[in-house]
Write a protein that binds this ligand. Structure first.
Ligand SMILES: Cc1cc2nc3c(=O)[nH]c(=O)nc-3n(C[C@H](O)[C@H](O)[C@H](O)COP(=O)(O)OP(=O)(O)OC[C@H]3O[C@@H](n4cnc5c(N)ncnc54)[C@H](O)[C@@H]3O)c2cc1C
Length: 505
């Protein structure tokens, strides 16, 4: 007896996109989430009337039917669009030498750069043009049409032959790092640091580690679509995916921690929950990270030693320090929603040096009680050395200090305004997100190794999420869910869904 056609472990954006799409394709899907709140890194939580994003707040194209954002394509396919508020500039970057507004609009972005360095702006334009050519090439093949098996070749040749041909001259850049493209065009040190920073914000790695298509996609979407924020916060996106999953017949089970993936004769046959219950299905998709899936959910004998060892040695990006604050909003009418503060001339990746700030109640006032703002600030912090011992509280305060100082650059009297303060450490991050060492994701630098895709050596076991394909972030993770779901259905089913989605735009 099978409980479902597909079991999904985890309701991150990767698990929910795969689950909702497979339900849309008519498969019986159960998503098991360890926590009481779905969404993984993208979940929202409420304290004292403040609606906090636990992670993402930079989004693009949610309110634009023509957007290439894979998440937007999934929401359209499951007929659960999300309302969003468009804004530009998308943020302010505060460097030690001064603050610059960052625009999605390419012309305005270049004008900002030109005010700092006119030669740098000209160099940047050439860099941008090269990446935008790649974006243009990718534009004509919707992510929703893609899959991760040999049938992709047939899909591309039969349905997207001309756009695929047009991509041939771009093959070099599809494989390249942003650093390689930058080296061809940009010498100006200020612009090189700006590009490094943008890459770091996206992938956790600087330009030489980030793959070119990821930044091409970001620049293209920023300029050709809209930067927008979902009304209701990132939780609104999660809720839309859950509604879609359930509307098409799937089920989400919360507080359902999967303890083990059941494998018989080299084939996944189901999962065992922490409470002992077993669920059976011929397909199991893990949205847990590569490290959690292979070290925690499978038995060592389920995988060949060499494969398991190599997978577990995948390098990690660090974890985070978080500050979630509720603050009084009086006198802050000019406040904008996104800020990145680089404290000093140290490397931008040094823990505490680059701090990301998001104040989403600027766009959606309902996220905070009347007269207040909701604030999320975070910075990278290594997991190693963190323990809940006698020093924990002191260390927590000390490591949160760069975040307070960053916020003071934006709101000088911040400390007097705080009405609610939550400090999160790498231990908090690992616990609430169920992620190995609280990592942001894999640190697989461009050109050093291949991402493993959704396939595993175990028949019937697939993986989705940020450790399956390049590009940590919601669009890439949604793409991983699409590729996995499509791989499990006939290409004709996908073609019908793509046609319907385009007609529904
Ligand atoms: C602080 C921060 C800020 C970010 N900002 C942005 C941004 O602005 N824009 C952007 O695009 N991206 C951003 N990202 C990245 C983006 O949020 C993530 O890449 C993405 O949400 C990861 O999704 P996922 O599906 O791979 O995994 P996850 O979100 O990690 O989801 C995995 C899920 O699986 C569950 N799970 C794990 N193990 C089990 C188990 N054994 N049983 C049951 N359930 C289990 C977990 O509880 C979790 O819900 C940010 C990330 C962070 C941390």
């Amino acid at each position: 007896m099978q409980d479902a056609d597909v079991l999904v472990i985890g309701s991150g954006i990767g698990g929910l996109t795969a689950g909702a799409l497979l339900a849309r394709y008519g498969r019986r899907v159960i998503v098991c989430e360890s926590h009481a709140i779905p969404g993984g890194a993208a979940h929202s939580f409420v304290r004292q009337g403040f609606h906090f994003d636990s992670g993402p707040s930079f989004y693009a194209g949610l309110s634009d039917p023509k957007s290439l954002n894979p998440l937007r394509q999934v929401l359209a396919a499951i007929e659960e669009p999300v309302d969003a508020i468009a804004y530009d500039p998308l943020g302010h970057y505060h460097f030690p030498e001064g603050t610059v507004p960052i625009y999605g609009n390419a012309d305005r972005y270049r004008q900002t750069i030109a005010q700092v360095t006119p030669t740098g702006a000209a160099e940047y334009e050439s860099f941008e043009q090269e990446l935008l050519q790649l974006y243009q090439g990718l534009c004509e093949i919707p992510t929703l049409a893609l899959r991760a098996d040999w049938q992709l070749v047939w899909v591309l040749l039969s349905r997207y032959a001309w756009p695929t041909l047009k991509l041939v001259p771009q093959l070099g850049n599809i494989q390249a790092s942003v650093g390689e493209v930058m080296d061809r065009w940009v010498e100006d040190p200020w612009v090189r640091r700006l590009i490094d920073l943008e890459c770091f914000l996206l992938s956790g790695l600087k330009a030489d580690g980030t793959v070119a298509p990821e930044v091409a996609f970001m620049l293209g979407e920023r300029s050709n679509s809209v930067i927008d924020y979902p009304i209701g916060g990132s939780g609104a996106i999660v809720q839309a995916l859950v509604r879609g999953l359930e509307k098409w017949g799937g089920h989400l089970r919360l507080n359902a921690h999967v303890e083990q993936i059941l494998v018989e004769q080299g084939k996944a046959i189901g999962v065992r929950l922490k409470q002992g219950e077993e669920l059976r299905a011929p397909i199991v998709i893990s949205n847990a990270t590569i490290w959690d899936t292979y070290a925690q959910l499978l038995q060592p004998e389920d995988l060949l030693d060499g494969y398991r060892q190599a997978a577990l040695e995948t390098p990690t990006v660090d974890s985070f320090m978080h500050l979630h604050l509720g603050i009084r909003a009086d006198g802050l009418q000019e406040l904008t929603g996104h800020h990145v503060v680089v404290h000093d001339a140290q490397d931008i990746t040094a823990p505490g040096n680059t701090c990301m700030i998001s104040i989403p109640s600027v766009w959606d006032a309902n996220l905070a009680p009347v007269g207040h703002h909701v604030v999320h600030a975070y910075t990278l912090e290594p997991y190693a050395g963190w323990q809940r011992n006698a020093n924990y509280e002191t260390r927590k305060r000390q490591k949160a200090e760069p975040l307070f100082r960053a916020l003071e650059k934006v709101i000088p009297d911040l400390r007097q305004r705080i009405t609610l303060e939550l400090i999160g450490t790498p231990l908090t991050h690992a616990y609430y997100l169920r992620r190995y060492r609280g990592t942001y994701g894999p640190a697989i630098a461009a050109g050093t190794a291949m991402f493993p895709s959704c396939h595993t050596p175990i028949a019937g076991l697939y993986r989705v999420g940020d450790s399956t394909m390049p590009g940590i972030g919601v669009p890439a993770v949604a793409a991983s869910g699409i590729l996995c779901a499509n791989t499990l259905v006939d290409p004709a089913e996908t073609a019908a869904l793509v046609a319907k989605s385009i007609a529904n735009r």
